[in-house]
Design a protein around this ligand. Structure first.
Ligand SMILES: [Zn+2]
Length: 784
């Protein structure tokens, strides 16, 4: 998932996500908008002098694609974030932040119309957004990562209050009217393109909040939005705080390796404690040869928070539909999709249906192979063969395919992926590819001892462009998936200086044990690459406005940059650079390496469950990735068996559940999921479970947009094969083009424009379809 693009500005705020955050800080922020410590650190850290106002609005475009860096603005290298607040301080600062920010909105909204100007309106709103965003993240990010339950609770409370405040600010008709006035008054070509885009976006978002509608309708919308944002926070909080575990004996855990068993806590007597967190759940579903254990665990996993989240989900879906209807849209999906590349639910339905149709024969073939394997296994172990594939069989047999057909022994393989080697290799590849230099900041203030902070410089100019935190291991109460949270947007500050971007990658990789270091499964390495791709998107963007910083792109494009970077973990040279046996220091044997690369065809089941979800509430947190198959190898191997068919069909099921809930309000989530599993995947959902109640995306800013994972693969595949695969996966020139054309603009340009620049033509679906094991039909329409 992609990063926490939290705080949207003024009238933004999609319901459900609650994200609108007004901005913060105009001139007042320096006086009293930040805690004293931050003010001190601020002093004297603006590089390059020249602290004036924003660049004048009338300036020509600062830089065009081709340059990776905005060198026009002086750079401020301050890290405004702090992690030492007590629960009480979080509460107090929340109140303060609300008051300060409201003051700016009041100021803007009470101006006489004849006084409305770029400076007094647009710039004031943009400035307040920057400081508000940073301060808000200081207050509400700890809910995901703080080791203290009190602080997590205070932070969740802060998020709720701020989300409500966001809704209030997003519904300020007085402010909206002044922005509209400005648009009418201003000469079209007198604003810089990004300032014009900002103006148009504010008006668009205002209309999407109904600010052009009668007062009583606005009141209804406001009340719905507030309810939605609170419900979303609770939905994901319930999942994160879930502490369900199953006590199981060693016999019941048959098939799991000793290091896994030894890492489990005791649960009294001779039982071991298996939680439902990823590092327990996935290995168990893949390796445990006792079907009854897999059944119990899969059932518990898909029953998490069943009661409470089921109720929340029903309410969410109903309220979203009501709001969209008030705004004149026939469905919530159409309301959401208006802002995406896809534009309408009909386009999404066609995309998913056509893909499902094309993948159907592959799915049938794969199910037949899996049934054969199951039959043989039942005979071997003396078990009854029930003649069908159950939900808890899928990952187990897909793993067998990988091990038997491709002979990749994942337990052996992971010995070559100790965390420190992977981290070092990954960081060096990213640095080389994107022309960056990373430096570990020793003794930086962080929220937990596991966390590391790095600063990032542009290698060519030596200029600091940002910082990132790595928080890689699970702990109780921590955000349960992998995600990238944007914490400090890279954009211009009120004084015209460029604020560095800061992001955090939060993940839950296998922890070290007393005997062994943290050894990563290959799919964890892939997740690492994926999430780090979002971090780079945050850091490399050089937008002027926080609203367009980092991953604030169309939601159905936001995964593309990260998905593209996953390709590196399937290429020989990068793989060798990020691996080394944890005991002997030797490289991955050639034969194993080749088998691994070939296994990509089978490997797409690695992340069978919906890739992590984003943070909750207001952000567009980091999206997690999917594996994407590689055309190069796919094309050179017989496509006789390719379990990616089932993997992709499952993604279609999830995307269609999401679309169904947001186009047909009456649909029952669990029933809809069960129906689509049967129809599209051919594998029934486990009776009694309610997977949608555990589907964090539905309340994490991906409502009606889960399809975006598949959709953006069209672009990630096209970018990889058209440029990197042709010109070299470690080719620095292509890497810099990628940084300039795709990462640098953030959301300040439409994705279709960026893609065209990087590709040198309009995007095509060919590489995507080939990667799915499908034929390319010359009649397939262009991709956007
Ligand atoms: Zn992602």
């Amino acid at each position: 998932m992609s990063s926490g693009a939290r705080a949207l500005p003024a009238f933004s705020g999609r319901a459900g996500g609650g994200h609108l955050a007004p901005g913060s800080c105009g001139p007042w922020v320096d006086r009293d908008g930040r805690p004293p410590q931050l003010r001190q650190r601020d002093a004297g850290q603006v590089e390059g002098g020249a602290a004036g106002a924003h660049p004048p609005a009338m300036k020509p475009p600062a830089a065009c694609a081709g340059d990776a860096l905005d060198t026009a603005a002086p750079c401020s290298v301050v890290n405004y974030l702090r992690w030492d607040l007590s629960a009480q301080q979080i509460g107090e600062l929340t109140v303060e932040l609300i008051e300060q920010t409201k003051r700016v909105y009041d100021q803007v909204g009470s101006q006489k119309f004849e006084d409305v100007s770029y400076e007094s309106t647009l710039k004031a709103l943009a400035d307040v957004e920057v400081a508000y965003t940073v301060q808000r993240n200081i207050l509400d990010f700890p809910q995901h990562v703080s080791p203290s339950k009190d602080i997590r609770t205070a932070s969740t409370e802060a998020d709720k209050r701020l989300s409500e405040f966001d809704v209030e600010m997003s519904m300020r008709q007085d402010v909206y009217q002044r922005v509209v006035w400005l648009q009418e008054k201003v000469q079209k070509d007198s604003l810089r393109p990004e300032a014009m885009r900002y103006l148009e976006r504010l008006i668009k978002l205002g209309r999407r909040n109904g600010l052009h509608l009668p007062e009583d309708t606005q009141q209804k919308i406001k009340s719905i939005k507030k309810q939605l944002s609170l419900l979303c926070i609770d939905f994901n909080k319930n999942l994160n705080e879930d502490t369900t575990f199953l006590p199981l004996t060693r016999e019941e855990l048959g098939g799991l390796p000793d290091d896994f068993l030894n890492s489990l806590e005791k649960a009294g007597d001779d039982k071991l404690k298996v939680t439902l967190k990823y590092p327990h759940y996935f290995p168990l579903l893949k390796k445990c040869h006792v079907p009854e254990t897999r059944r119990k665990v899969e059932e518990a996993f898909n029953c998490r928070c069943k009661q409470e989240n089921c109720a929340i989900l029903r309410e969410l879906v109903t309220l979203r539909a009501q709001k969209s209807s008030l705004l004149g849209f026939s469905t919530h999906a159409d309301y959401v999709l208006e802002m995406n590349m896809a534009k309408s639910s009909q386009v999404v339905a066609t995309f998913l249906d056509e893909l499902a149709q094309k993948l159907k024969p592959l799915g049938e073939q794969e199910r037949a192979v899996i049934l054969e394997l199951k039959k043989a296994e039942c005979e071997k172990r003396g078990l009854d063969f029930d003649g069908r594939i159950n939900a808890w069989d899928m990952r187990y047999y897909m793993n067998q395919v990988e091990e038997t057909r491709y002979s990749v022994d994942q337990n052996l393989l992971k010995e070559f992926f100790p965390m420190h080697v992977v981290t070092q290799g990954l960081l060096s590849i990213y640095q080389e590819l994107l022309g960056l230099t990373f430096d570990l900041e020793e003794d930086a203030p962080v929220w937990h001892e596991d966390v590391k902070l790095y600063s990032v410089r542009d290698s060519a100019s030596g200029r600091v462009i940002g910082k990132f935190y790595l928080d890689l291991y699970p702990r109780e109460g921590k955000y349960g998936h992998a995600a990238c949270f944007g914490l400090q947007p890279g954009c211009l500050r009120h004084d015209g200086s460029r604020q560095i971007a800061i992001a955090a990658m939060v993940a839950n990789f296998t922890k070290p044990t007393p005997d062994t270091p943290s050894l990563l499964q290959h799919d964890e390495v892939e997740t690492y690459f994926h999430e780090f791709g979002h971090v780079m998107h945050q850091l490399c963007s050089q937008a002027e406005f926080a609203m367009f910083s980092g991953t604030h792109v169309e939601r159905d494009f936001v995964e593309a940059p990260s998905q593209m970077l996953e390709n590196w973990v399937w290429e020989k040279e990068p793989l060798l650079r990020m691996s080394q046996h944890y005991k002997t220091g030797s490289a991955i044997p050639q034969e194993l390496l080749e088998k691994l690369i070939k296994s990509r065809q089978a490997n797409t089941g690695a992340r069978w469950e919906p890739p992590s979800c984003l943070g909750r509430g207001g952000q567009v947190p980091a999206l997690m990735g999917f594996s994407a198959a590689c055309v190069g190898y796919r094309a050179s191997l017989p496509v006789s068996f390719c379990p990616s068919g089932l993997f992709n069909l499952r993604q279609i099921v999830l995307a269609k559940v999401d679309q169904a809930l947001h186009t047909q309000t009456a649909a029952d989530p669990a029933e809809e999921y069960a129906r689509l599993c049967q129809e599209i995947l051919g594998v029934p959902a486990t009776p009694g479970t309610n997977m949608p109640a555990t589907f964090g995306h539905l309340a994490g800013g991906y409502d009606a947009q889960y399809y975006g994972y598949l959709w953006s693969e069209v672009y990630s595949m096209d970018m990889f094969h058209t440029r990197f695969k042709q010109e070299g996966v470690l080719n620095g020139k292509v890497g810099m083009d990628y940084r300039s054309c795709i990462l640098r603009p953030g959301g300040s340009q439409d994705a279709s424009v960026m893609l065209k620049l990087f590709l040198g033509r309009d995007p095509k679906q060919d590489a995507f379809l080939l990667s799915k094991g499908l034929q390319v039909d010359s009649s397939d329409p262009p991709a956007c």
